[in-house]
Design a protein around this ligand. Structure first.
Ligand SMILES: Nc1ncnc2c1ncn2[C@@H]1O[C@H](COP(=O)(O)OP(=O)(O)O)[C@@H](O)[C@H]1O
Ligand SMILES: [Mg+2]
Length: 301
């Protein structure tokens, strides 16, 4: 199968809209560029990065930034490519046949469009999020390639062809649990979201907690990045855990001084008992956490 990006003369290229970010999402300039590159090439944007780095949220904000509706397909280990196109509701048809309801001869009324089918048939341009593609089996990415490339598919049961009215902007996320096939990668624009440094993290926190007290925030960030540096942790806390942790600390009125001595509400940050025990025993042994980013090597500033 051969595909080439549209030429600049094609009508869809002149519609190319630019993403400029939104006030609710902190995007690096490289990420903004990747979104715009995908828009210009009319190719899916594949976003990888550790869990909690804002991959799913990006789709919502790209839709918001472009003023387009968002549809989402959350992939599970059992997801099949065909589910994204349509499902033939045989159970409903059987029930209708048994109880004499509905028009069982009209197969079309039992075809339920999936997320790809919905964005293809939508009369206005949409953003489609295909979330956590690496959860599905290895064949899955290749199986959706043709439809995404050609923007059309056939409903086998009726012979109807569904052709996209407007080419959607497709954003695909992966937590990197599985390698993705080369043929699939070739058709995507790729971006890896690096874990935010402290400066970027301050901006992200400000989006969610604009009024958090400065001294508390310093302690919070210090503890958070120190925790992430602890090699024995099985699962390092991510941005989403940090945001939750700050919510808990603020709601409980925790004073910054308390954070100097301990890590309250560790359950918001660490999500397995081995990690919690490792940190608790470190503190119980009198282990010291750094008092400034300078002590941590300064590289995070
Ligand atoms: N760049 C960002 N700007 C604003 N909030 C962010 C950003 N990155 C992460 N977050 C916060 O972290 C949470 C988790 O993000 P999410 O998109 O679910 O991560 P992922 O899909 O990568 O696992 C978001 O709900 C948001 O609160
Ligand atoms: Mg996600």
């Amino acid at each position: 199968m051969k595909s080439s990006p549209p030429s600049p003369a094609s009508p869809s290229f002149s519609r190319f809209e630019r993403f400029q970010g939104t006030s609710g999402y902190i995007a690096s300039s490289a990420l903004v560029d990747a979104v715009n590159c995908a828009l210009a090439l009319e190719r899916p944007l594949l976003v990888k990065g550790e869990p909690g780095t804002g991959k799913t949220l990006l789709a919502r904000h790209v839709a918001e930034g472009l003023g387009l509706p968002l549809d989402a397909w959350h992939i599970k280990s059992t997801s099949k490519a065909v589910d994204g196109l349509y499902v033939y509701d045989t159970v409903q048809r059987l029930n209708d046949a048994r109880f004499g309801d509905g028009n069982v001869r009209d197969i079309r009324s039992y075809i339920r469009l999936g997320p790809l089918g919905r964005v293809f048939t939508a009369t206005s341009r949409q953003v489609l999020l295909i979330d956590e593609i690496d959860k599905a089996d290895l064949e899955f990415p290749n199986d959706i390639l043709r439809e995404i490339d050609e923007m059309r598919f056939t409903v086998l049961e009726t012979g109807d062809e569904v052709v996209a009215i407007e080419r959607p902007m497709v954003i695909i996320t992966s937590n990197n649990e599985k390698e993705l096939p080369d043929a699939f990668l070739r058709r995507c624009v790729f971006h890896f979201i690096d874990f935010p440094d402290v400066t970027q993290m301050r901006e992200i926190v400000a989006v969610h907690h604009p009024n958090v007290e400065k001294t508390l925030l310093e302690q919070v960030l210090l503890k958070f990045y120190w925790l992430r540096d602890q090699k024995e942790l099985r699962k390092r806390p991510s941005t989403s855990e940090l945001i939750d942790w700050i919510t808990a600390l603020v709601r409980a009125g925790i004073a910054p001084e308390r954070l100097e001595a301990e890590i309250p509400f560790m359950g918001a940050l660490l999500k397995n008992e081995q990690d919690t025990r490792a940190i608790e025993s470190f503190v119980a042994r009198g282990g010291k956490t750094p008092k400034s980013f300078g002590e941590m090597g300064g590289a995070r500033r």
